[in-house]
Design a protein around this ligand. Structure first.
Ligand code: NAD
Length: 493
């Protein structure tokens, strides 16, 4: 049974300092920051921030591990064993991790227990399996000056990887970056989100316990404009894997471009959920509500643009209104709670500002629209109907439990509306017509399309988007290959 007091004790007792070269730093920190519980608004703990000197030492220790140390000499099978050991430790402590994440992020305790932690464990196991299977090709050529040649490719670690994570699901998204990079043989320097850094510090503890050599994984807590910026601008970093907002993603891309260093950017979304007239409306309404209200709507793939066929529009909107009314915002550790708090006052103000804009631009508020009468950074599950795709609430990412409902007349208009967005991350289609499902899946621009449900979160399935949603893919084979450099070797025989 998840308990707030147990999670609070864990938060207080964690080593809250940077983890560099295989140990937590012990000296006095030049700067620190408070980690605040979004539900009680109380300080959970104070964390020492990694400064420039710490970033330098983390990068140097990562290079030592790769270039001179045991980590760089370790073969793929041995790295796989370490990743399996790490996954097992994570599994053994999954409930503590999950409850700490609920406390830190403000999400219902059940969610990290059934989603984030199982996903993170599966991701470490998945990439443990890949670690000894990265191979190249033997490629026939026309030879060299009349002599035969043997040409082949090998995949080598891309180098030191900086991984920067957001606060909505730090353990799961952290695993998407750490596991494939370590499997490929890259040392990783993780910069967790300042609003929810606690489970990442716990991950550092597990890395030491699992026996990763010093420098293979470092964890540098700190704020974005300080520690984050110092890390991505560091010339010793060879690749940046970033998840966060497009605004920050742009700054990360500029910093990385200075050394022509590759990036994987997982940014936001304004994902369409398209409900066709032939859909199973009860199932579609459940799925659409989940798509916008799960994790308080703080999900990059949140289905925040709800496109509904006019023939079933009124009935579907009524169903959604009923489902919104059934959502129970509250303390994540109360078993009745189905929706938690937003991460911080800034995010609360941002979401409330979008709700005001929805009103001002003429959408019809049909659910929520305010704050529940209780402390914490809560906002009611909110729905705007009769919206236009040109409205700000249909164009910009709210990152909160606010759904914008738009009617369409036919399939052509549905596709046009779905693709008329600056984002292209995910889409869901609700239809019982198989041909329509396949045809629409092809035409909707998104990195992932799911029909009659949400894409299962599965480390085998690549994840990522295009346009303002970023570039590159995490997970699957693409996720590990993104941490490698492809080298061609030719021998003149
Ligand atoms: P953010 O961009 O402010 O921060 C993300 C991370 O970047 C944090 O760790 C932060 O400390 C760091 N950071 C901030 N400034 C930096 C800088 N100049 N250099 C380096 N690092 C810096 O985003 P957020 O507020 O933490 O998260 C919300 C946003 O993230 C939303 O827009 C959401 O769509 C997006 N997001 C996307 C995904 C995805 O998979 N596509 C997942 C979760 C969140």
């Amino acid at each position: 049974m998840p308990q707030r007091s147990v999670a609070e004790d864990l938060a207080r007792d964690l080593p809250a300092t940077p983890f560099v070269a295989g140990r937590f730093e012990s000296g006095p920190a030049s700067q620190s920051f408070d980690v605040v519980d979004p539900v009680t608004e109380k300080v959970l703990t104070t964390v020492a921030e990694a400064d420039g000197d710490t970033v330098d030492r983390a990068v140097a220790s990562a290079h030592r591990a790769l270039d001179e140390g045991e980590w760089g000499r370790m073969d793929g099978a041995a790295r796989g064993e370490l990743l399996h050991a790490f996954a097992q430790l994570l599994q053994d402590r999954a409930e503590s991790f999950a409850d700490l994440e609920s406390l830190d992020v403000g999400k219902p305790a059940i969610e990290p227990r059934v989603i984030d932690l199982p996903q993170a464990i599966a991701t470490f196991r998945h990439y443990a399996g890949w670690a000894d299977k990265l191979t190249g090709h033997s490629i026939p050529t026309s030879g060299y000056q009349g002599r035969a040649t043997l040409s082949y490719t090998v995949r080598q670690p891309i180098g030191v990887v900086a991984a920067i994570t957001p606060w909505n699901s730090p353990t799961m998204i952290g695993s998407w970056k750490i596991a494939p990079a370590l499997a490929a043989g890259c040392p990783v320097i993780l910069k967790p989100p300042e609003d929810a850094p606690l489970t990442s510090l716990l991950l550092a503890q597990l890395a030491a316990q699992a026996g990763f050599p010093a420098g293979a994984l470092s964890v540098l807590p700190g704020r974005g404009p300080t520690t984050g910026r110092l890390l991505v601008e560091h010339p010793g970093v060879d690749k940046v894997s970033f998840t966060g907002s497009p605004q920050t993603g742009y700054q990360v891309a500029i910093a990385a471009a200075k050394g022509f260093r590759p990036t994987t950017l997982e940014l936001g979304g304004k994902s369409p959920q398209i409900v066709f007239a032939d859909a199973d409306l009860a199932a579609a309404a459940q799925g659409v509500a989940l798509g916008i209200f799960a994790n308080q709507g703080e999900v990059c793939a949140a289905g925040s643009r709800i496109l509904v066929a006019r023939a079933v529009y009124d009935e579907f909107v009524d169903r959604l209104i009923q489902l919104a009314a059934a959502v129970v915002p509250g303390d994540p550790f109360d078993p009745e709670t189905t929706m938690g708090a937003l991460i911080n006052p800034r995010q609360l103000e941002r979401v409330l500002r979008y709700i005001r804009l929805g009103h001002d631009e003429g959408a019809r508020l049909v659910a929520g629209g305010g704050r529940p009468d209780r402390p914490g950074y809560f906002v009611q599950p909110t729905l705007f109907a009769d919206a236009a795709n040109s409205m700000t609430i249909a164009r910009e990412e709210v990152f909160g439990p606010v759904g914008t409902i738009i009617a369409f007349d036919d399939d052509e208009q549905a596709v046009t509306l779905a693709n008329d967005s600056d984002y292209a991350l995910a889409a869901t289609l609700w239809t019982t017509d198989l041909s329509r499902a396949h045809a629409m899946a092809r035409r909707v621009r998104a990195g992932a399309v799911a029909v009659n449900g949400w894409s299962p979160l599965d480390p085998r399935l690549p994840w990522g988007g295009s346009k303002l949603s970023g570039h590159g893919r995490e997970l699957g084979l693409a996720g590990i290959e993104a941490n490698t450099e492809l080298k061609t070797v030719t021998i003149v025989l």
